[in-house]
Design a protein around this ligand. Structure first.
Ligand code: FES
Length: 116
């Protein structure tokens, strides 16, 4: 029996000020995680879906980053205001918020940024 139907990982990693990769904490990661927790509770989904704080998901320059499993769906550049839309689309439903979904080009851009 599966423990949760869906699992949301929200990067809340914090780095020292001025770090070259930045961090999701400085761009709303903690508020995003809280909004997921509240949004799941409000919809009665807490027993079916877990939203965890995560350490660095290795998408720092594109963050805040959110990963949803088992779909393997990654969202980047998420803001706290996006959370309700993500819950309705990808947690209640099985769709994708296209404007936030990470694409192959995003991962290539990340690689490029790190080569500099
Ligand atoms: S600090 Fe959030 S992905 Fe690395």
């Amino acid at each position: 029996m599966e423990r949760f139907k869906k699992h949301i990982f929200v990067c809340t990693n914090e780095r020292p000020a001025g770090h070259q990769r930045g961090c999701c904490h400085d761009h709303g990661g903690t508020e995003i995680r809280l909004n997921f927790a509240e949004g799941l509770a409000k919809r009665g989904l807490k027993s079916e879906v877990m939203a965890n704080k995560s350490g660095c998901l290795d998408a720092c320059e594109l963050g805040p980053a959110v990963a949803i499993y088992p779909a393997g769906l990654w969202y980047i550049g998420v803001s706290p205001d996006d959370v309700d839309e993500i819950i309705e689309t990808s947690i209640v439903g099985d769709g994708v918020v296209e404007r936030l979904a990470a694409r192959e080009a995003d991962w290539l851009r990340l690689q490029s940024l790190r080569k500099k």
